[in-house]
Each structure stands twice: as structure tokens, then as C-alpha cells.
Write a protein that binds this ligand. Structure first.
Ligand SMILES: [Zn+2]
Length: 284
């Protein structure tokens, strides 16, 4: 499934009240799974249940300081130890949510969980409290114990569209030229850029997908420094500048802003305003 399909699936599951306590997001390369986990956590905590981006809970999520959302961190680069899982998840989960309806834990690089750590996690997965949701992010779900795998719903993230399929060349170049300069644009230049996009009738879905690709590259560079993961290698200078200028939290916020831009455009909210709000999030 691509990212959009997974989002649609998770959205439906949430709305139907059939939420599982564990999801395994498998993605070979890249940083999309992180963005997905962040999106889903915000949606679960959102005061309107939609990930509106505007309520206090959504804002706290995008700033990384919602008390009921935890991204499990680990000290050693190559392993996530049993103590880390106990302290950050197993012992914390029984404490009821402080603010929102759920407690959401996301574990990046879950393939690095030691066997001991996985066994500790398993006990929680066997009898989770009703409000507990665990998101395991991994490059390879086969490296998890079968007992863990059987308790989670596996969602495989596959490659998205190629950049050249998203927009016609002239539209793509216009959009990229704005993204490249995002840090330096004045408010007037943002408005001019948005107007140019509207006049060309650049389609919302392709534009949003291109922006997400660009931002994902910036996140990948920030996380790994490795250029070989980039989907838009020729835009490296721009995505690197963005990675250096913005924090992870701000990058995630801009990423979420790309989603909002798309839905604003599709719901006929002012096209130019939708673009300007995105550009402002990238300038921040
Ligand atoms: Zn909200």
C-alpha cells in the first residue's frame, strides 16, 4: 500500500472503532513511516477525531509534546534494550491517558528490539489496556518475533509514484522553484508564487505529493545524512538547506501542512491561501 492508502485504511479503522492495539509499519527505505506514525497519533488524540491540525491536541502532537504520545528512543545505535522498553512503554502504559482518549507509543527501528525487549513488549500486547496503541516502525518485519508479528496488523509501505509522474514538467518546475526558495520568500513572493500555481491550474494531489516527497527528503537527510535515499536527488541542495534550518518537529508540521493544503484545495478553500500557508510553514 502506498502512504495514502494506509492513511485511508487507518482513518476508516479509527472511525469504525475497530482499532487494533498494535500496528507494524514496514518500510524498506525512507522516512515515510515516521510521518505516518506522527499523523496517526495526532488523529487519535485530536479533539475532533480527524487530525484537524488546529485543536490544542493536534498542535501539541505536531510540536512533539502531547503527554499521551511517546516516541520510544534508544541510547545505543544498534539495539533497543529491555530496560528502555520497560521504562518508556511497559511501565507507562498502565497509567491512564492524561489528556486524550488514547496512549500512543511509536517505536522507530523496531527491528533493533532485543529478544528480551520484545518479550517484555509481548506481555503488554497480550493484555493491553483499552486505550493503548503501539506503532512498530521497521525496515524488516521478519526480524520481529513471530509472537509479536501475530499480535500486530502488518502494513507494508511501498514506493510511491515517481516524481515525474506527479505533475507535467512545467508545473513541476514551477512548484520546485518555490520549494527551493521557501526559506527566503517574502510574503509578497509567496502570494505571487501561489497565484502562478493557481493560474496554471496545477492539480492539488500532484502538488501535495511533490511537496511531501521534497519534505521527506529533507527528513531523510536530517535523520541519516545519506543522499542515496533521496527521491529528488537533483533537489538535494534545497532539501539539505531545509533539513539544516528546520527541526524535526517543524519538518513534520510542514509535512502535515502539505496534507492540509491538499484537502483545503479539494474542498474549494482558497487555492492561493492554501499554498501560502504551506510556504509559511516551510519558512518558519
Ligand atoms: Zn485536532
Amino acid at each position: 500500500m502506498n502512504s495514502k492508502e494506509i492513511r485511508e485504511y487507518l482513518g476508516r479503522v479509527q472511525e469504525s472503532g475497530m482499532l487494533s492495539h498494535a500496528y507494524i509499519l514496514e518500510e524498506e527505505n525512507g522516512q515515510e513511516a515516521e510521518a505516518l506514525a506522527s499523523w496517526f497519533a495526532a488523529r487519535l488524540e485530536c479533539e475532533t477525531g480527524s487530525g484537524c491540525g488546529a485543536c490544542e491536541a493536534c498542535r501539541a502532537c505536531s510540536q512533539g509534546n502531547h503527554p499521551d504520545v511517546r516516541r520510544v528512543f534508544h541510547e545505543k545505535p544498534d539495539s533497543i534494550g529491555v530496560e528502555e522498553i520497560r521504562e518508556q512503554l511497559v511501565d507507562d502504559m498502565p497509567i491512564r491517558p492524561y489528556w486524550g482518549p488514547y496512549k500512543v507509543y511509536w517505536i522507530p527501528e523496531a527491528e533493533k528490539l532485543t529478544v528480551q525487549a520484545q518479550n517484555a513488549l509481548l506481555k503488554t500486547l497480550e493484555e493491553p489496556p483499552s486505550y493503548g496503541v503501539i506503532l512498530l516502525l521497521t525496515a524488516n518485519a521478519d526480524k520481529l518475533l513471530p509472537t509479536i508479528r501475530s499480535r500486530g496488523i502488518l502494513l507494508k509501505l511501498t514506493e510511491e509514484e515517481r516524481p515525474e509522474d506527479l505533475l507535467p514538467p512545467e508545473d513541476r518546475e514551477l512548484a520546485l522553484s518555490l520549494l527551493r526558495q521557501a526559506g527566503q520568500l517574502t510574503v509578497t513572493q509567496m502570494a505571487d508564487g501561489a497565484k502562478a500555481l493557481r493560474e496554471r491550474r496545477v492539480p492539488a494531489a500532484g502538488l501535495a505529493a511533490l511537496v511531501r516527497m521534497y519534505l521527506r527528503d529533507a527528513m531523510a537527510l536530517k535523520a541519516t545524512g545519506r543522499a542515496e535515499l533521496l527521491r529528488l536527488p537533483e533537489e538535494q541542495a534545497g532539501s539539505r538547506e531545509l533539513a539544516e534550518r528546520l527541526s524535526f518537529g517543524r519538518l513534520r508540521q510542514a509535512f502535515e501542512e502539505a496534507d492540509r493544503m491538499e484537502s483545503r484545495m479539494l474542498s474549494n478553500v482558497n487555492y492561493e491561501l492554501a499554498v501560502e500557508l504551506l510556504l509559511m510553514a516551510m519558512k518558519a
